[in-house]
Design a protein around this ligand. Structure first.
Ligand code: TXA
Ligand code: MG
Length: 315
């Protein structure tokens, strides 16, 4: 097979050095995380941050998440409070992002946070990205490695297909286990979920002293644009069937195997469904379908995050 993926590298000492050198020069690289793949750059470097926005064609008002190895590193840039430490102890490193007040003396480029006085921070658990972070004396601004408003990549090939030759290096860390972006929670004032993820509100609530506020759609994350996570073809929700030329995304064992049926989880396992969602969108698109119907997905646990993404994909 012709190697069209000359920019994808497996992870070893040599490619670790290569990515570290590239990041130190202010370049951006594709890195694996447990949620989705990210487009990483030095959060203290104007050159790197500008490059992230321009490569993704991302609106400047949509702030980026900054990734750290641990809370000691994050303490340089944000004010860490008790709620943060409670959740950090339980869930980190892992698929949760905290929005906190930025410190005045922080070296984070103001463009990273879209000139807000808050900052979103995350501690990814993927060992590859942690190895990279260990070698750096700066944190990584890292949005999902896809063009703005599209679907997040869940493996190295998705990233390379998204940016083609424009990305010089993607580290292959296998399929992202979770397959959906991190839960985003604001811990400024009262805790509030800004983006649902695999760690759900009910799970988080147990570890906080005050109740999480139910999200009011008008004060969500600035990046939670109505149209987002779009596969680029119409997505229609709560359907029961689809004609042959339309793909049907199904869930559970009552759906038959048909060429145009794509089951997210035959066992009705929402975790499995979450990890298959973006993969399935890409597969359907690649097979040339012009439209996607989706059956009703239970709106509980991880289903809440799945339905959030589906709703935005359908806008
Ligand atoms: O799982 C993830 O979080 C992935 C991996 C790569 O870490 N990253 C990711 O980044 O999903 P991105 O840029 O695609 O999504 C960042 C989300 C956006 O909805 C953005 O609006 C929100 O985080 N966000 C970032 N900074 C914020 C801030 N200061 N206040 C409120 N929301 C913020
Ligand atoms: Mg994204």
């Amino acid at each position: 097979m012709k190697n069209i993926y000359s920019n994808i590298f497996s992870f070893n000492k040599k490619t670790l050095n290569k990515s570290v050198a590239s990041l130190k020069k202010g370049n951006v690289v594709g890195l694996p995380t447990e949620t989705v793949y990210g487009l990483a750059g030095n959060a203290y470097s104007k050159k790197a941050v500008k490059k992230i926005y321009s490569m993704k064609k991302r609106p400047k008002k949509n702030p980026l998440i900054v990734h750290y190895l641990n809370h000691t590193d994050a303490d340089k840039d944000v004010i860490l409070n008790n709620d943060f430490y409670r959740l950090y102890k339980i869930f980190c490193p892992g698929p949760i992002t905290f929005v906190l007040k930025k410190k005045n003396k922080s070296k984070i480029q103001s463009l990273v946070a879209a000139n807000l006085d808050s900052l979103a921070i995350r501690f990814p658990s993927h060992t590859t990205t942690r190895s990279v972070l260990k070698r750096l004396n700066f944190p990584l601004a890292m949005p999902s490695a896809n063009m703005a408003s599209g679907i997040s990549p869940v493996n190295a090939y998705d990233v390379a297909n998204e940016f083609k030759k424009k990305i010089e290096l993607v580290i292959n860390g296998g399929d992202s286990k979770i397959g959906l972006e991190s839960t985003v929670i604001s811990l400024i004032d009262k805790p509030q979920i800004l983006r649902p993820g695999v760690i759900g509100l009910k799970t988080i609530d147990k570890f906080l002293k005050v109740k999480i506020i139910k999200t009011n759609s008008s004060i969500r994350s600035p990046g939670m644009m109505k149209k987002h996570y779009s596969p680029g073809i119409p997505v229609i929700l709560n359907q029961k069937s689809a004609k042959e030329n339309c793909a049907l995304i199904t869930f559970g064992k009552r759906y038959k195997d048909r060429p145009n049926f794509f089951n997210l989880s035959k066992n009705s396992d929402l975790k499995e469904a979450a990890s298959n969602l973006y993969k399935t969108f890409r597969k359907i698109k690649n097979q040339g379908y012009k439209k996607i119907h989706v059956v009703k997905i239970p709106n509980k646990d991880i289903g809440i995050a799945i339905n959030d993404r589906l709703k935005r994909a359908s806008n």
